[in-house]
Design a protein around this ligand. Sequence first.
Ligand SMILES: Nc1nc2c(ncn2[C@@H]2O[C@H](COP(=O)(O)O[C@H]3[C@@H](O)[C@H](n4cnc5c(=O)[nH]c(N)nc54)O[C@@H]3COP(=O)(O)O)[C@@H](O)[C@H]2O)c(=O)[nH]1
Length: 539
Amino acid sequence: MAGIAALFVSARSLKAIGLAVWLASFVLLAGLVSFAVTLQGRETVRESVAFGMADVYRLIGSLDTAFDEMARMVTGTPCGTFYMRQMRRVAFLPDGLSEFFHIEDGRVICTLSAEHLEVAHDLGPPDFVREGALETRFWLDRDLGFTGLPGTIGTIAQRGPFGTVIPPERVTLNLPPWIVAEAVLVAPDGRWWHRAGNRHVHQDVLIVGPGLSWSDAGGPAVRRTTCDRDGHYCISTRIHLTDFVAHRPIVIALVVIFAILGASWIARVVRVLIRRYWSFEARFLRKFDAASLLCAYQPILEMKTGAIAGCEVLVRWRDVDDSIVYPDEFLPIVARHGLMRRLTALLVARAASELGETLGPDVRLQVNVNIFPSELDAAGIEAAFRPLRALADRFTVALEVIESDALPLERVQREIEILRQAGYRIYLDDFGTGYSTIRHVAALDIDGVKLDKAFAMAPDGTVMAEMLQHAVCMVRSAGRKIVVEGVETATRLEQLRGQADRVDYVQGYHVCRPLDIAGFAAFLEERRTESASEDRRAA
Ligand SMILES: Nc1nc2c(ncn2[C@@H]2O[C@H](COP(=O)(O)O[C@H]3[C@@H](O)[C@H](n4cnc5c(=O)[nH]c(N)nc54)O[C@@H]3COP(=O)(O)O)[C@@H](O)[C@H]2O)c(=O)[nH]1
């Protein structure tokens, strides 16, 4: 879970997520729009094929009508005068069929153009036969020289004793430039003949197969074949995607622009939602509980004895990705949402349980806890500190009031009095910075003052370092105990030892950094062993 949460917390992975969402949205949107365009393309193909098929059905209809008329009207002695006159009348029908024959046993006996043939023309076996109640035979692309029209090629159809010629240009394919198509006539045994359109398209579909295919040299192409209801007349189509793109640049540009804009919008919304849900503030407020608050203990050294007299309890928060967050980052959120009391109560409960269970029963310490000025009301403090106060025989509680805002002196003084009478010690924190003033030190009945670490941490020779001594004198003159924090070097500790009659306690990285409870217990044990051996040496 922490691993997944870490994805949303890190700015780098958030960028990666944004990019992934953008790409996925782009592919999805481009796919959806392309699908819509493809459907529209399929519709165009369907319409074009239907247009071609309409010619086929018209031709079949003309053939049926012509043969019906022949059967009805052409009677009498075959190839006789009356017979031929009637045949001519059928030829005048406006169906595009104008040449008719009389056929017996597969041989043409007479034609409208050539009349009675001197030698009957043997048609040979038909190329294919349209089965059914009205069987029709076809001879494709035959030389019609026997009709008196040398060099003319045409398809002959025969039903009963009658035959006719189908002109070659009867099927038209009305197609946009990005579709290539071929109309073919297919025999029941699979043989087929080109009728109109682009040669090789039907063969291509037969070899590669219908559907989307990538094997063709012209790139990916969509192929299909549509046939009439008898399956004899078919139109095969092939759309090369490159042709489609080349012929519809505006559509393609619009698809790309739409997909880019849409994907950017979706990615932005997703990023905003992720940021909102996983912002530091949002996840802190979601996971602000006893389990996520941790205590660090920083030892406080008593100058007079050289012993560890106490510790400051410092809060830490475990983020959703298990990283440890320092208070400067989340205290403003705590203050903004009025969670100061809850923070103190949770922290005190944890500290009481850790200190009580881990340190030996003989260890006596002053436990300093930071509180906001707004928390300074005796009843609230008593409630929050109950777990520590239950261990009053081992731990004395000192409240470090962080002066983050101006103190209402009268009210604060009243609360301080009650708390001190109850056994609490009160310190003003961060003296010398912000709102912490000498006026407060003089006006409030407090136990001590913690000098801001900026004094002790300042390099020798700087004004701040110089002011350290004066600040100590000033606080001392108000009769308060002094804690100097931010002692990071042995030199600074030595300098403060020179003022040991005025500086009561020091705290800082040179003494010890804040530790977890196990580290703190080990540190105390080590100090105890060291001072015991020093005592033995002195004895
Ligand atoms: N209301 C609460 N405020 C709290 C609580 N716990 C901490 N705080 C306040 O948060 C501020 C930052 O604290 P932190 O990051 O824990 O830093 C503390 C020490 O680590 C640091 N310190 C101590 N010695 C040194 C040192 O030698 N060098 C150095 N660079 N830093 C050092 O100082 C911080 C302790 O400051 P203070 O409280 O003034 O003694 C800080 O303002 C805390 O007050 C909490 O539970 N409640």
